[in-house]
Design a protein around this ligand. Structure first.
Ligand SMILES: [Zn+2]
Length: 218
């Protein structure tokens, strides 16, 4: 049975990388609510019109409208063999709505969380340095440049540390994630559909585990 993959993970856990690997290797598209709403803005369908009128009135997009948009998008042919959801569900109410969609589509919901200890996420982020010329990412803890704070390929360029990557700001991001995601994790755990993958490893090892979980169900 094809899967609806609900992929979760804290900021910096590598969820985006895993979604791209799933897309490239298993041809399971990632369906992002952000992308869907941006695409709708240029369409002339009744649904696009509905979304526009809600937005024009300055109202919040309701859960009912979001699931309608997800339903329409995932009815397309590229989602036939399953898809990954990004940005949905965010709440248990949305998760319950997704159950109905899964039944209608004859698909199974598989929740996967890429688990990385918060200490490690903090270390990764505080140590991150980027070359402003080529975009190469270094890490003072795990992947230092040959010369301190200078790109290996651009010796004239100092590496940059993003102001968002301070320990304090990372803590806030992680706490927000924890608060928002905890109810969803509990929801899928209670219904025995939560798979935890050890994310404190390289991306290929993580992907192998995810692939096993997904292909068993497909
Ligand atoms: Zn460089």
């Amino acid at each position: 049975m094809a899967s609806i993959i609900v992929l979760m993970g804290a900021p910096g856990a590598g969820k985006g990388t895993q979604a791209r690997l799933l897309e490239a290797r298993l041809h399971i598209p990632q369906i992002s609510t952000g992308d869907m709403f941006r695409a709708l803005a240029c369409e002339n369908t009744p649904l696009a019109e509905e979304v526009r009128s809600v937005q024009a009135a300055g109202k919040l997009i309701s859960d009912e409208l979001v699931i309608k948009v997800v339903r329409e998008r995932t009815a397309r042919d590229d989602c036939r063999n399953g898809y990954i959801l990004d940005g949905f569900p965010r709440t248990t109410v949305q998760a319950e709505m997704l159950e109905g969609l899964a039944v209608d589509q004859g698909k199974e919901i598989v929740a996967i969380v890429v688990d990385v200890p918060f200490d490690l996420l903090e270390q990764r982020a505080t140590g991150r340095r980027t070359c402003p010329v080529c975009g190469e990412i270094y890490n003072t803890n795990s992947k230092p440049p040959k010369v301190d704070n200078v790109c290996d390929l651009h010796p004239e360029t100092q590496l940059v540390h993003r102001p968002d990557d301070t320990a304090e700001k990372i803590r806030v991001r992680l706490e927000t994630y924890e608060q928002q995601t905890r109810p969803l994790l509990d929801y899928y755990e209670k219904t025995n559909r939560l798979h935890r993958v050890d994310g404190a490893r390289d991306k290929e090892a993580i992907f192998r585990d995810i692939e096993k979980i997904v292909t068993k169900q497909l």
